[in-house]
Design a binder for this molecule. Sequence first.
Ligand code: UDP
Ligand code: UDP
Length: 257
Amino acid sequence: MIRHDITEPIRLEADQIYHLACPASPIHYQYNPVKTIKTNVLGTLNMLGLAKRVKARFLLASTSEVYGDPDVHPQPEEYRGNVNTIGIRSCYDEGKRVAETLAFDYHRQNGVEIRVARIFNTYGPRMLENDGRVVSNFIVQALKGTPLTVYGDGSQTRSFCYVSDLVEGLMRLMNGDFIGPINLGNPGEYTILELAQKIQEMINPDAETQFKPLPEDDPKQRQPDISRAKHYLNWEPTIPLDKGLRLTIDDFSSRLL
Ligand code: UDP
Ligand code: UDP
């Protein structure tokens, strides 16, 4: 284990690089947006320079955020997105878009073996209590008996993938022949209100709901088209939301007690 900030160059040996570094929760990536951009631009550049030098295969953890607030639904990889260049989410969205560009240019210019995954909302055991994303927020709130904070009217949708399904998809992508980009996510789509209700039913039917302002540029809908992942990786999620939530709730219950 080496602890290192990838915005600084590093020399080491590797066969495969899973470039996963970057906070993914809006409250965390917006806490220091300039650092988020550095991580996605300088960090990705350094990891690609490293991959080029040691001839390692490089996998980029890109994101559904490259589609921004999508006006195509569900989102296929060909869709080029609807991203605000100057909003509070831009450090992450545009950072990942540049990271994809860097990966493809190192591939074309230097022959670096790249793999690009566009990861949709993912959740599961061992998320931090203060992660700030919706699944862990609702579970922690219901377990603690505080109101579930629904942003906006809760009609916006997300599609939630269980962590072990995602990891399987990333490993298949790394070890397969298709360079991507490729969507990895669970096509099961729910409104945020539906998610709140599910978690209330599973933890505490009397838990209250509290409506809060919708953050700026919050995407209205999101669902992956996973045709490519099915075709090229023979992959699709196996854990439905109810089962994944149960496993995640059990994990949080044991830690919060
Ligand atoms: N880099 C790194 N580790 C390496 C090789 C390169 O951190 O093993 C960094 C390097 O410092 C540079 C970036 O990756 O900032 C891009 O490297 P590349 O060789 O493509 O560009 P150059 O160094 O020629 O500008
Ligand atoms: N959200 C919410 N309550 C929370 C946290 C998030 O209603 O406590 C909403 C948020 O506004 C968004 C959705 O849930 O519409 C997913 O938010 P998250 O931060 O998990 O991920 P995003 O997909 O927005 O990056």
